[in-house]
Write a protein that binds this ligand. Sequence first.
Ligand code: 3HC
Ligand code: NAI
Length: 698
Amino acid sequence: MSVPVSFSVNGPVAILRIQNPPVNALSQAVRQGLSDGMDRAEADPDIKAVVIVGDGRAFIAGADITEFGKPPMEPFLGDLCARIEGSPLLVVASMHGVSLGGGLEIALATHYRIAQPSARVGLPEVHLGLLPGAGGTQRLPRLTGANKAIEVITSGRQVKATEALDMGIVDEIKEGDPQEVGVAYAMDLIAAAAPRRVVSDLPAADPIDWNAAHEGALQKARGQLSPGAAVRAVQAASELPFDKGMQRERELFMEMLQSDQSRGMIHAFFNERAVSNLPELKGVTPRALQAIGVIGGGTMGAGIATAALLAQLQVVLIETGEEQANAARNRIEGNLSGALKRGKITQEQFDALTTQALTVAVSYDSLAQVDLVIEAVFEDMAVKKEVFGKLDAVCKPGAILASNTSYLDIDEIAASTSRPADVIGLHFFSPAHIMKLLEVVVADKTAAVVVATGFELGKRLGKISVRAGVCDGFIGNRILAVYRTAADHMVLDGASPYQIDRALTGFGFAMGPFAVADLAGLDIGWMTRKRKAPDRHPEERVPTYIDKLCEQGHFGQKTGEGYYLYEKGQRASVPNPKIPELIAAEQAELKITPREFTDQEIVRRYMCAMVNEAAKVVEEGIARRPADVDMVLLFGYGFPRYWGGPLKWADLQGLPAVLADIKRFAQDDAWFWKPSALLEQLVADGRSFEDLNRQGAK
Ligand code: 3HC
Ligand code: NAI
């Protein structure tokens, strides 16, 4: 195996060049290479300084995350940092690309840091449920003060070189080849007889109100623990001598590393990358994408068009008439003004996107040259088929015809065209220019190249794309329907919608299911219940108390009244006093004696319903792997990232316990709680969903 750290000499300067693509993670071999390189440089009496530099696109992206959870291997990163800092030679870090986590910790252990103007530094460990574990919490505050260190560490954000210079994290910024820049800097320092500057020798940061900082970090983290632990580590840097502070950091780091939260977040880190890697698409070249068509400029069509414009695609949007076309243009311009306000685009880009890149038309003839069309008209099969018929007639051969339908059968839509191999589902989430998830729904006849192009579009739009099969609701909406029902059942049995929302935000969801229902519009569920009523199984329990509110014209946030009451223009809400009365009336009618629920039971039932349906989705091949389902819930449904997703959560609870609960719940409602065969099989075999992920497929 080639050594990932090369050693070379330029006059009195030794160069340790890290070559561990793609991002120079600090694997055991890299740590060993750096340690050996330091030994070699120190053994040569002609060497006065060492420059550490990265090859390729980054200085160092941090510890090698693939090594977490395996037995630690020497040299340990903390010891390597101490070894570098304690070297009698002058050690310089020349930084380009990113220097993250352990990468910045190595740099902080050197005596001088020089960075490219485009370089970025950060300690993103909190995004993995961790905190810096090789001195980051001890050295950074000695350079920046406690408040700035806490902000950088608890946000995990990437700091640009100029800001890093202002904060004292880097000493110089210079453009050029990183190795040449580093060597020239080292030569200058030698010539100036510059002293070794040892960060751990600097005075400790002044104290701040530590409890307030801890409380603030916990509040922002919404149930995630590591930002709070990071504050305590910085506190130790201020209150304890350096070596004792390092010990405290280590203890807190190990505590976090062994937590379920870091397991969940590391699962999320790898799988948000792995999810778009489909073995069957290896070697399949996607079709070219320059111009796309969007049919319908309502909520979704306008959002999809905005996302495409921001990704530098030409967009032709079709509406039914002049008035609708104007409304669509206004929606898109509104979305783009948001991007302008947030500094994502300049005024010139805004002007170019709205004039040159966007065409809004009423005639389908304008679609003759587009490479891909996304239909986002009303959720009605007859309307969709009519649209696809027109698209089939006007679109050029090879153009991809996609539907953004939430529930409808893509096979049936495809069959209504003369080119079913070119038809696919591209299911975006609202608001489509903001939400990260894209379900790529593959129908029976969809060609591999069309699937590959769907994923390519997702990548261009900055989405996390997940492959889904055809069924009612695909992956996400199908599972949503089931856990929503579990919540409704609990309301019938005695838990209030407000307790349920509170229990689930306490678990880490961004919003509870009833607040979400108000946001999405209660009319959607009402219509669905009416549509499904004729075919309903007699054992199916469906609460209808909320329909009474709909009958009075109250549809949630948009009308100011739903489960909650909304003051005009405000997002904050108060419980609607009509709701308990409506629930009580229905309970009386159904002869239900309401009972108490603990928050714990609410979470357990909700999660078990989600896991059971998610397992069925994997079992039926609608999702390729359990982790695909996890990413759908994480990026489309506000599932707390620190649990990794519902199936990771299930693994962490232990599958036998989850299955036992499902069976216990089934004693009262066997119709709803039918255990997934896959879940039963995994429990029988003593295996986990993670085993299926590793296997690559079920
Ligand atoms: N360890 C192992 N693999 C890593 C890695 C790391 N630290 N960082 C990135 N990778 C892998 C990715 O998994 C991906 O692999 P794949 O191609 O097989 O999917 C590959 O490198 C490229 O990564 P991206 O696709 O994310 O490339 P980008 O250019 O978009 O982003 C990045 C690069 C900004 C470095 C991003 O990968 C990133 O944020 N990485 C994580 C950085 C991090 O969290 N560092 C802290 C680690 S914890 C630590 O250091 C603990 C210490 O304090 C003790
Ligand atoms: P919407 O009602 O806001 O917009 C639909 C638009 O389509 C209207 O502007 C209408 O004028 C236009 N339209 C209707 N028939 C047309 C035709 N023949 N040609 C051109 N334009 C036509 O609906 P929304 O919410 O944007 O939903 C659209 C589709 O996206 C539906 O299939 C829906 O299920 C799906 N979807 C909706 C999500 C949501 O959160 N709203 C999320 C994901 C998918």
